[in-house]
Ligand binder design. Structure first.
Ligand code: AQP
Length: 347
């Protein structure tokens, strides 16, 4: 299977548009890892693909959330999509819980997914540990954390998705989606398209600023782990200044310098400068100068981005999301009806 796909065109005909689907959960602080790993690619792909993007609020409740905060974050995530350049002429946006077919299909897929498969998911292990504080105490871990990859499979399969642009952390979940699609197709006849992941090399895994061995994460304990998309200029400068670096003082892009590689990746993706050029630019210069410039590169990206976000009213965004739900509802209903017929439900 090709994990890194570069084109979104239909490979067989070269003509018709492929469908892409992806989403972000309205949990925690949406950060530049979410943007560089996923959303930035959506913006690029929407020009050549039939694009559906979702605010996956049902995923957000796998851990306890304050209801008011969840409502606020759901709208905020949609604003992030729009401020990033998601164009309503090319893409459809909606809220997952507005389409109940996601939950229905998820239940059906739960009956063909296996507990062994779910328990092998790295994200389950990480999130369960985060929740219980101890990987050996699973008693209190919500069941939703265990089988949310099945809900993710339902999200994707419901729309005949061909390509799923995500960060590398989601690769295992795309694999399980493919497994479930193939298993269902084998048992009940051809029903689901088996989707492919779309993951770009540099943005695939933006690492924590305080720990370059782990991915940058919304639910990280310290806010020095990430640059949130709503951080102030001051926050950005403070966090980059404190970002962990490797031993030595050279600015080099090398596997044995994971912290620096991560910072150069961020610099490169936000400035559209190749890593090699950045290396050259800082030859003979130290971390202090590099970090000061990196903070300014991030701020230069964030300022217009935040302005666009602030220009969007909650009411307008909710209207866009409701219209989006009306557009995708027939696709979801048709697919679910097909599934129900195949498994023997009376319609
Ligand atoms: N560090 C990352 N680098 C690159 N891509 C990333 N993504 C997340 N973190 C990174 C991608 O962002 C999209 C949306 O992610 P999500 O909402 O499904 O949440 P997540 O992957 O579980 O991200 P977090 O930040 O770690 O959230 P919490 O802490 O709530 O679990 C996905 O495409 C993801 O690959």
């Amino acid at each position: 299977m090709a994990f890194i796909s570069n084109r979104c065109q239909n490979s067989t005909t070269g003509m018709s548009k492929q469908r892409i689907f992806s989403g972000v959960a309205p949990s925690g602080n949406i950060h530049i890892g979410n943007y560089l790993g996923a959303i930035k690619n959506w913006v690029k792909l929407q020009d050549e693909c039939d694009s559906i993007f979702c605010v996956v609020d049902m995923h957000a409740i796998t851990l306890p959330r304050d209801p008011e905060e969840l409502r606020k974050k759901t709208i905020e995530v949609a604003k992030i999509y729009l401020a990033s350049g998601i164009d309503l002429e090319k893409s459809t946006l909606f809220i997952q819980s507005h389409i109940p077919e996601h939950a229905e299909l998820s239940w059906i897929l739960n009956t063909i997914a296996r507990t062994g498969e779910m328990s092998r998911m790295t994200q389950f292990k990480d999130k369960a540990e985060l929740h219980s504080g101890n990987s050996s105490t699973m008693e209190s871990v919500p069941l939703g954390i265990f089988n949310y990859p099945v809900l993710m499979a339902a999200d994707i399969l419901l729309y005949d998705t061909q390509v799923v642009p995500v960060g590398k952390d989601q690769l295992q979940h795309i694999e399980i989606t493919r497994t479930l699609a193939n298993r269902f197709n084998k048992r009940f006849g051809n029903t689901f398209i088996v989707p492919e992941p779309y993951i770009t090399k540099e943005g695939a895994n933006i690492m924590g600023l305080d720990d370059p061995t782990k991915k940058m994460s919304k639910s990280a304990k310290s806010d020095y782990n990430y640059i949130a998309l709503n951080d102030s200029e001051e926050d950005v400068r403070r966090k980059i200044k404190k970002a962990v670096t490797d031993s030595g003082s050279e600015i080099v892009y090398r596997d044995d310098k994971p912290a620096l590689m991560n910072l150069i990746n961020i610099y490169s993706l936000l400035s559209d400068k190749p890593a090699k050029e950045i290396e050259k630019q800082y030859k003979g210069k130290g971390y202090a100068e590099f970090k000061t410039d990196l903070a300014e590169v991030i701020i230069k990206f964030m300022n217009p981005f935040q302005e666009k976000m602030n220009d969007l009213s909650d009411e307008k965004v909710l209207e866009i999301l409701r219209e989006g739900a009306e557009k995708v509802r027939p696709i979801a209903k048709n697919k679910l009806d097909e599934v129900k017929k195949k498994i023997g439900f009376v319609l």
